[in-house]
Design a protein around this ligand. Structure first.
Ligand code: NOJ
Length: 744
């Protein structure tokens, strides 16, 4: 049977003829280039547009004139990119246009919820549409190349960058990865709203030891291939134009000079044809990793392993020519890398018109277009996860006296998240303003509560007492707590995942005031909410996790609170009970001493003596304002007889509530006996369906042999005969089981 990795990769959705024509044109140009000009194409630098500090290369504009730069990043807007492009086109010898890159991670000017939030929607089409909006805005502002999607699977919420990915699961991450690639790149690279995507960070970065950013990674090649590589491969199969190497080592070899990753897997196995760029100064960091003796050595290792473009450290620019002259790097390798850069420029149409992305009128029309804002609001509604609801939400009829409490309720910047492109706080409203607006006529009182980033117990008593007073005078209190923008994201690992500062004390006090309380949590990662959740028990209270919801986040939150829309998101990452459980994920291997089996001496089973093993909120979990019943599932036959055979599982769902809803039906597999130990559960498919109040729907899943396969200890993909379990339900801990046999 062919392994899933046998799918042929297509670069930027081009058909063979168009690719060959682009290659031919670029080879003609390559033949006219000097070695120095080729190395220039392989070098990328940040502009001084939006960064300050020593990392900016002095005189990069002269480098452009001299043909020593192939790409600039962090430069945007039609006017500025035109100025820089003019230097390259009019003043460099061959006039090769620049490629402008930027981190367009969850929107460019209209900011969508953070990617982890968007993954909570389990809505591939919505995520694709979000990336389409981001591409449309970015392309109108001069950008050709988005450094996205970020697809690092991560099972450790201490790592601040979990906010950029799709969480802990390879299948959900893969679906989100391909949806984003389709969204950024569109159908035609020549279209003026298409940008090249860049899947990152290749690879294993999400498994940083102890959740500490930039830390080393040690994974077996089997786990790397089974868990961390699938979303990258999904992006490659969706036609992604480029790949960014990660900062970390893998099994002692930094990803940015890792020939197994960059040559064998990416090129030989996946047939990837696009461009490989490093992450920021990752070649320089080969010295710190202790694998390169000096900058020249670092450049040699990276280029020979397969890196095509050097982001920011200038090591290629400074050393490649000399390395070629010394025969330490082949001229063919330089040609191969340069050609990839040129082909990308060619397919984007930059040789025909280097200024086609710099158009002020298009830019003015695209940024924050009403349609973009509408989509951002819809995506935010679909991304917020209702964790608890003790008969309080929706607030209908709308309260006449509302207390709004917490610094985050009056913040705009913190709604956007740290990778907010050109998103601006002034484009967003605060939750407080949105509530006041929508509850016109009602009395809305606000108290900022306790400061988030100062853990000041002395002043906390007074502030909390004031907050309780306004809560007691209201019909309902809405307490907004969580992380401020710098608390998740790059270089923002944390060891304490509770609510920062004295916010837990604030929330507990308001809940205890006796006024029905909605707690809204905002953050870039799963938080530890155990004490908060315990305090909600028996109270009229609710807990809504809003992540960082973007420019339209406040409006969307109000839509959910007032019941204009029902929540429908499901967690893409387990929420731990406490930090000591991390890394925590549903797809664990069974242990020889499980706690759920009868055990004569429970002390010697795999567990903690001070905490359950299970998460506080499991993968796939989320409530809504309605209820969907699952009937008994059925399989059309008991046996799958070969690689081309298929089974159909069907199940009837009934919306027994009074509101229309969206259900995310999740299908998990377990292979109880195999040649290697297999995960307790593995998500193999899901469907997100709209189901009207009172309606009954029958849905079905087709199961094929390839979904049963795995990578064995010989690193080969295989599918073994035997009995399998299917678990279908509303989240990983709420499923019904069926079995079937695979007998090829
Ligand atoms: C470093 C980050 O790791 C990467 O994700 C980003 O694309 C680059 N900086 C460029 O900003």
């Amino acid at each position: 049977m062919a392994s899933p990795s046998a799918t042929p990769a297509r670069f930027f959705n081009l058909d063979e003829r168009d690719y060959a024509a682009a290659e031919q044109r670029c080879r003609a140009l390559l033949a006219r280039m000097t070695l120095a000009e080729k190395v220039g194409q392989m070098s990328q630098f940040t502009s001084d547009r939006d960064t300050t500090g020593p990392s900016i290369r002095e005189g990069y504009q002269d480098d452009i004139r001299e043909g020593r730069v192939g790409s600039i990043f962090n430069a945007f807007d039609a006017d500025f990119t035109r100025q820089l492009q003019t230097l390259a086109v009019n003043e460099s010898r061959l006039g090769v246009p620049l490629l402008f890159g930027y981190d367009v991670v969850h929107g460019f000017r209209t900011i969508f919820p953070i990617p982890l939030a968007m993954a909570s929607s389990w809505h591939s089409e919505g995520v694709e549409a979000a990336a389409r909006v981001a591409a449309t805005e970015a392309a109108a502002a001069g950008i050709h190349w988005a450094f996205a999607p970020m697809v690092d699977v991560s099972r450790d919420a201490r790592w601040g960058r979990v906010m950029e990915g799709a969480g802990e699961d390879p299948l959900l991450s893969s679906r989100m990865a391909s949806a984003q690639v389709r969204g950024y790149q569109g159908h035609d690279p020549r279209a003026l709203d298409s940008v090249a995507a860049c899947v990152k960070h290749y690879a294993g970065y999400g498994a940083a030891e102890a959740g500490r950013d930039y830390n080393s990674v040690d994974l077996s090649e089997r786990v790397m291939r089974s868990v961390h590589l699938p979303p990258h491969q999904a992006a490659v199969n969706a036609g992604v134009a480029s790949v960014m190497t990660s900062f970390n080592t893998v099994d002692g070899v930094p990803a940015s000079c890792n020939a197994l990753l960059l040559r064998q897997i990416l090129r030989d196995e996946w047939q990837f044809r696009g461009l490989v760029v490093t992450d920021y100064t990752a070649i320089m960091e080969l010295l710190e990793h202790g694998v390169a003796a000096d900058p020249r050595d670092a450049a040699r290792l990276a280029v020979n392993a397969g890196v095509d473009m050097d982001m920011q450290d200038g090591y290629f620019l400074d050393h490649l020519a000399e390395l070629v002259e010394a025969d330490d790097v082949s001229a063919a390798r330089i040609d191969e890398a340069t050609l990839r850069v040129l082909i990308l420029k060619d397919v984007l149409g930059l040789f025909e018109d280097p200024y086609r992305y710099c158009d002020e009128a298009r830019e003015a029309a695209a940024l924050l277009a009403p349609e973009h804002r509408r989509k951002a609001r819809e995506m935010a509604q679909q991304s917020m996860v209702l964790l608890e609801n003790n008969d309080l939400l929706p607030l209908s009829p709308a309260p006449q006296r509302l207390a709004v409490i917490g610094e985050l309720a009056d913040s705009r910047a913190d709604l956007l998240g740290p990778w907010h492109g050109d998103g601006q706080a002034q484009d967003a409203r605060t939750l407080l303003a949105a509530l006041k607006d929508r509850l016109s006529g009602a009395e809305v009182c606000y108290h900022a509560g306790v400061p988030i980033d100062i853990d000041d117990t002395a002043s906390r008593q007074r502030e909390i007492a004031e907050a309780i007073t306004i809560a007691q005078q209201a019909e309902v209190a809405v307490v907004v707590v969580g992380e401020k923008e710098p608390m998740s994201g790059e270089a923002a690992s944390r060891t304490d995942l509770g609510l920062p500062g004295q916010q837990l004390a604030l929330a507990l006090a308001v809940i205890a005031s006796g006024t029905p309380t909605v707690v809204v949590t905002l953050s870039g990662r799963p938080l530890v909410l155990s004490e908060l959740t315990a305090a909600l028990t028996g109270q009229s209270a609710a807990l809504l996790h809003g992540w960082w919801p973007g420019s339209e986040g406040a409006e969307a939150l109000v839509d959910l609170l007032l019941g204009d829309v029902s929540p429908c998101a499901r967690l893409p990452m387990s929420f731990p009970r406490n930090v000591g459980q991390l890394p925590l994920y549903y797809g664990q291997l069974p242990t020889g001493r499980p706690v759920f089996r009868e055990n004569p001496d429970p002390r010697y089973s795999s567990k903690y003596i001070d905490s359950p093993n299970t998460p506080l909120y499991p993968f796939g979990y989320g409530l809504s304002y309605t209820h969907v019943d699952y009937a008994t599932p059925q399989l059309d036959k008991p046996t799958l007889t070969g690689p081309n055979d298929q089974l159909t599982l069907s199940i009837e769902l009934t919306n027994t509530g009074e509101r229309d809803g969206v259900e995310v039906v999740q299908l998990y597999l377990r292979d109880p006996v195999a040649s290697i130990s297999r995960p307790i559960r593995e998500l193999i498919d899901f469907q997100r369906i709209e189901i009207a109040a009172g309606a009954r729907e029958r849905i079905s899943f087709v199961i094929r042999a390839e979904q049963l396969g795995f990578i064995g200890s010989d690193l080969r993909w295989r599918c073994e005969a035997g009995r399998f379990e299917l678990h279908i339900g509303a989240h990983v801990e709420d499923t019904q089981m069926l079995t079937f046999d695979y007998q090829p």
